[in-house]
Design a protein around this ligand. Structure first.
Ligand code: 3PG
Length: 400
């Protein structure tokens, strides 16, 4: 983007592909981190006199307009944060988008409606995606990719559109890639990774990579129970992916062979029922040893001994990557594990990267100062796939 700004963007229509996929409660944004993350790019372009057209997906609508997934609240929030009026087009490539963009003056910003209201955005068929990208290309003179959270998606606005316009990477993508490179090239050791989240199946590829890269792997979240079962423990009514047990057993074996310390909880917080996240009514938490989970209990967080253990395993790290909450942090009875890992990261002198929408939101919702962390990535799947060493369509499209 610096080169683009040097060349001059005044009067040009610049399409900024952002990731404004923010969590919403009704029409209220509960975490605006992703909107704030793209502001440096939007501001730099607007200040230089560009006519900025911001586009994004939100949620997973089914290729047609759906009010529940409108970007209107995100556009309003962007206006508040920029301290200026941000125009909003109520469609993506229709009359509203065309007239909104045509009405922009130099330095003005518009947000167009959710890209995924058009089936062409996510189509598997190249021609269908290409046709939608052709329509998007009519709205702009230059493309700036800055939606890091979506660069792993081979979607029209991420992959096909940059091929149709002069293109550049925005500040956010440049920062994210710069940070993640530190984890893949010449990482400072000990390199400790804390992985949480509910399903082990979402993390298989990254665990596979990390078994050849990390010095220590701390496991939390719902996927703990597939690991415990793979070690032969009973896990009661906890979340379990039976079909992944053989894979996990192979990982445990490979960690041993490679000298990677694979650390599992020694105790867990359980209850007979999943907590009510809306009312936050008190749960009925118990702490039990990880090898003695009663048949009627389900595990919802790592226990107090595990929190201490994980904090000690993070204390001497030089580099830490954390992805995924340690428990059901949205409920106060099961938030302590996630809090303990966040606190351990803050206490450690290590270079820390927090990746993943959920862990980033957890850090903010639990009241931690996000600026105190080395880097909070806006990408969940994107940061994991980067660490897996995959070619990400949205980055590849910007590289040529
Ligand atoms: C995310 O939330 O990880 C990104 O916005 C991508 O969203 P998606 O998984 O719906 O493609």
């Amino acid at each position: 983007i610096d080169e683009l700004l040097t060349e001059g963007v005044a009067g040009k229509r610049i399409f900024v592909r952002a990731d404004l996929n923010v969590p919403l409660d009704g029409g209220t944004i509960t975490d605006d981190g992703r909107i704030r993350a793209v502001l440096p790019t939007v501001k730099a372009l607007a200040d230089a006199g560009a006519r900025v057209v911001v586009a994004s997906h939100l949620g997973r609508p089914k290729g047609a307009p759906d009010a529940a997934f409108s970007l209107a609240p995100a556009a309003a929030r962007m206006g508040e944060l920029l301290g200026t009026d941000v125009a909003f087009a109520t469609d993506t490539v229709g009359d509203s988008a065309r007239s909104t963009v045509a009405g922009l003056t130099d330095g003005q910003v518009a947000v167009i409606e959710n890209l995924r209201f058009n089936a062409g955005e996510t189509a598997k068929d190249d021609a269908e995606r290409g046709a939608f990208a052709d329509q998007l290309a009519e709205l702009a003179d230059v493309y700036v990719g800055d939606g890091f959270g979506a660069v792993h998606r081979k979607h029209a606005s991420v992959f096909d559109l940059p091929a149709r316009l002069p293109h550049a990477a925005g500040h956010l993508i440049a920062t994210e890639v710069g940070v993640l490179k530190k984890l893949t090239e010449d990482v400072k050791r000990p390199y400790v990774v804390a992985l949480g989240g509910s399903k082990v199946s979402d993390k298989l590829a990254v665990i596979d990579q990390l078994l050849g890269k990390a010095d220590r792997l701390l496991i939390g979240g719902g996927m703990v129970f597939t690991f415990l079962k793979a070690k032969g423990y009973e896990v009661g009514a906890s979340l379990l992916q039976e079909d992944q047990i053989p894979v996990v057993q192979e990982y445990i074996e490979r960690a041993r062979k490679n000298g990677v310390e694979l650390v599992l909880p020694v105790d867990v917080v359980t209850s007979t029922e999943f907590p009510d996240l809306k009312t936050k009514a008190p749960g009925h938490p118990h702490t039990v040893a990880a090898d003695a989970i009663p048949a009627d209990q389900l595990g919802l967080d790592i226990g107090p001994e595990t929190r201490k253990l994980y904090a000690s395993k993070l204390a001497d790290a030089a580099t830490v990557f954390w992805n995924g909450p340690m428990g059901v942090f949205e409920h106060p009875d099961y938030a302590e594990g996630t809090k303990a890992v966040a606190q351990a990261l803050l206490d450690s002198p290590a270079f820390t990267v927090v990746g993943g929408g959920d862990s980033a939101a957890a850090v903010r919702l639990l009241g931690f100062d996000e600026n105190a962390f080395g880097h909070i990535s806006t990408g969940g799947g994107a940061s994991l796939e980067y660490l897996e060493g995959k070619t990400l369509p949205g980055l590849a499209a910007l590289e040529d």
